[in-house]
Design a binder for this molecule. Sequence first.
Ligand code: FAD
Length: 401
Amino acid sequence: MDTEGGVTDRAAARLSAMEIAQLRASFSSITHGSHGPSHLAQLFYAALFSEHPQYRALFPISLEEPARKFTRALEFVVDNLEEPGPMTELLAQLGRDHRKYGITAGHYEAAGSALIAAVRSALSHVLWTPTLDSAWSGLVSLLLTTMRDAADADDLPAAWTATVVGHERRLDDLAIVRLESDQPIPFHAGQYLSVQIPQRPRQWRYLSVAIPPNPYGQIEFHVRRVSGGWVSPAIVNETRVGDRWQLASPLGGLEVDRDNGLDVLMIGSGSGIAPLRAQVMEMAQHGNNPRVHMFVGGRYPRDLYDIEALWELSLSNPWLTVVPVSEEDENPWWHTTPDPEPPPGMHRRLHGRLGRVVAEFGSWADRQVQISGSPSMIKTTVYSLRHGGTPPELIQHDPLV
Ligand SMILES: Cc1cc2nc3c(=O)[nH]c(=O)nc-3n(C[C@H](O)[C@H](O)[C@H](O)COP(=O)(O)OP(=O)(O)OC[C@H]3O[C@@H](n4cnc5c(N)ncnc54)[C@H](O)[C@@H]3O)c2cc1C
């Protein structure tokens, strides 16, 4: 069978330099036009649902989030046509991930026609030349072929069902949810899963697993309530023991390289500690490990909600050093629970912006680095580290969308 990369490389190579230039110019004129960046996505959904009204039920009530993701993905592909590697990986991941919706060959064909119709409608003010036509047809064929081939090549189930067995409201706005899946899910420590909860049908969100996999199918998520969000408030406020969740597509490549001889720097903020925690818990099961320096940050001291578990891990694993950091020195007045005292030998909490505090320790040029947290935390921390001399190729983080 042909590799996904091979198919995409050839499809991308079929686009001439002129076609790529026209694609970029026309796409940019749509996304920067007066209708806003999601205009093409809106036209796409309109074209798709007018031809196939039954497909509307596959999508959530609000199309805002799917439209944003659609636009970002298309933007990424159009920007990376000459470098098929990252683009292929994104499209293959999307193809595998879309299996959870029950997508078939018919859906792909309908999506291709709807996308061409949307582009023609968005560009109705310009001349639809043969070059423009072949450029967009080539792009659509590239998108669909790569996604469909990756989906067909994946022999894992499209989704798994898991039962909530514990819901702990660790903070007012953060819950730890424990589940048991009907069958073990083949993820590795550091990965995230796509999750759908019964309170919010068809609204899938990514959550990082906070413990390593085990044969009993036990899963733990740490979920922060995003104010105004659709799904996270329902997980924190409404989830109950016994709820049945759908979990799909283990994704993400955060992983300690045991062969490159480098020690590890981990930087996690808020519930972003989850994938880092899963990895150090897994490492604790090995005899021999690289040294791990783990900085755990939050805005207030209260946001270091899991620090006691990490101290405990550090006390029994001398290769692990845990450094707590908070931006504010005091908790907000309404948080009345006292902060835990560090056990003897553990670092006391440092004060400041996480990225800046880490960078003040040195260049970290000889570490493999993992950063996990909100997109803005990841961006500012990458900036601080690179500014301090950390080589960018040593820095890993999950996608920012
Ligand atoms: C790879 C990956 C792993 C993730 N792992 C976790 C995890 O382990 N735990 C966890 O709690 N979340 C995690 N998330 C975030 C999660 O997927 C959701 O985006 C988040 O829970 C918000 O979903 P929502 O439906 O409540 O908000 P939405 O309805 O999707 O968004 C509502 C509004 O809030 C904004 N928004 C979304 N997320 C944030 C944020 N973090 N900070 C500020 N504003 C935001 C949106 O832009 C939008 O304007 C992860 C995201 C990614 C990409």
